[in-house]
Design a protein around this ligand. Structure first.
Ligand code: CTP
Ligand code: MG
Length: 242
């Protein structure tokens, strides 16, 4: 079977450079094309750190992260960037037009492709309402758009690159529940062959995930579907009730 799009963490332990204790311990899981894997856990549990190891923002101190069956430290960084899109927890927009921000200097995507990505990300209507559409200016840091609009532009940017793997770090938190649901439904329709890993705060964002990893203090303490975890995981129940 092809390993294209398969993400595997194998006994991964990670500490930030210079730190004494690890923030991730013995993390193992596999995410396959067509699947959505969700990661949930309290603040500081290690969710962002976990995602950062796939695009090699950092490397593990022990264990391996594999993409397409190949350890990521054996892959070209440019190749990883092509295959993996990370939507960071703090979405980054720079001074330039909306089109510049969506292409990010990386793609030759047509305007039509940008609109398609915006439609999936539920960002097309606010861009259409702007006088200059795709050519509207974004201020440095995206200070002239709302937090939710920033998130949607960064999600659209990820879609434009058509990656095999999407990493969403809390990318839906600034959206109202209805927009969040519409966006994820549209996402599911257009990314049927992609591998999707979602970090979320809100339970409703992840109830449909194929597998949920419950992260606590750098460890996966439980895993399963929403229904399974409701039955088996006290940590998950606590999160649901909070
Ligand atoms: N940390 C660190 N150095 C960094 C980033 C994070 O030492 N450059 C530490 C944090 O202080 C925390 C742990 O690593 O103790 C995990 O951080 P993170 O992965 O960012 O946690 P999240 O689960 O993503 O937390 P949140 O929900 O608040 O985003
Ligand atoms: Mg985080």
């Amino acid at each position: 079977a092809s390993l294209a799009g398969v993400v595997e963490y194998r006994n991964v332990t990670f500490a930030y450079p210079g730190a004494e204790s690890p923030v991730l311990s013995n993390i193992s899981f596999t995410a396959r094309p067509g699947q959505t894997i969700a990661i949930i856990g309290s603040t500081g549990a290690g969710k962002t750190s976990l995602l950062s190891l796939l695009p090699r923002l950092y490397d593990p101190v022990e264990g391996q992260v594999l993409l397409d069956g190949v350890p990521v430290d054996q892959l070209d960084r440019a190749e990883i960037t092509k295959r993996v899109a990370l939507v960071p927890q703090r979405p980054y927009l720079f001074s330039g037009t909306i089109a510049h921000n969506l292409r990010f200097g990386r793609t030759e995507a047509t305007d039509q492709e940008l609109w398609n990505a915006l439609r999936v990300a539920q960002g097309d209507s606010f861009v259409r309402e702007k006088t200059n559409g795709l050519d509207s200016r974004i201020a440095q840091g995206g200070t002239n758009v709302s937090g939710g609009q920033r998130q949607r532009l960064c999600i659209a940017r990820a879609l434009v690159t058509k990656p095999r793997v999407y990493l969403f770090d809390d990318s839906f938190s600034a959206l109202d529940v209805a927009t969040d649901a519409r966006l994820r439904a549209a996402l599911k329709d257009t990314t049927t062959d992609a591998t999707v890993i979602i970090v979320a705060q809100r339970i409703s964002t992840i109830t449909g995930a194929d597998q949920i990893l419950v992260l606590d203090n750098g460890r996966i303490v439980d895993r399963g579907t929403h229904e399974e975890l409701l039955e088996t995981s006290p940590t998950y129940q606590e999160i649901v009730e909070s």
